[in-house]
Design a binder for this molecule. Structure first.
Ligand code: DAT
Ligand code: MG
Length: 136
């Protein structure tokens, strides 16, 4: 069954020139791009996006980081797109939790700079898509 997920190539991924790499992996998996935009997120957008982490020790740094430079926001569509992109991304910690062959496992070392975001459920995806692409 086709569904949508919200993907971000975070500012570290853009700065490192990994946008094409991430998009190539999404396309090779058989997923489709439904929206794509390069933008610098404002604080309100970042705080809404990461609302579930408000109050955690890393929250302030996370909002600073995600607003700190241009990122690429995408809506990705396809069969089981939510878990499919989470599989491509790998676990949150690029060393401890992501395996080689995943985006984070292949290109990341630090949890704060783990290159990509992918929605963790269909409900999260619909919430996040409304934040980043209100007209979609
Ligand atoms: P994910 O991005 O895999 O869904 P998450 O939703 O738990 O992970 O956390 C959101 C982001 O916050 C994550 O991509 C990087 C950052 N983060 C998570 N845990 C962290 C920690 N212990 N220290 C620093 N940053 C962390
Ligand atoms: Mg998450």
């Amino acid at each position: 069954m086709s569904e949508r997920t919200l993907v971000l190539v975070k500012p570290d991924g853009v700065a490192r020139g990994l946008v094409g790499e991430v998009i190539a992996r999404i396309e090779r998996k058989g997923l489709k791009l439904a929206a794509l935009e390069l933008r610098t997120a404002d604080r309100a957008t970042a705080e809404q996006h990461y609302a579930e982490h408000d109050g955690k020790s890393f929250y302030a740094d996370l909002v600073d980081f995600i607003t700190g430079g241009p990122l690429v926001a995408l809506v990705v569509e396809g069969v089981r797109a939510v878990p499919a992109f989470r599989q491509l991304a790998g676990g949150t910690d690029p060393i401890e939790k992501a395996t080689p062959g995943t985006i984070r496992g292949d290109f990341g070392t630090e949890v704060q700079f783990n290159l990509v975001h992918g929605s963790d459920s269909v409900e999260s995806a619909e919430r996040e898509i409304k934040i980043w692409f209100p007209n979609l």
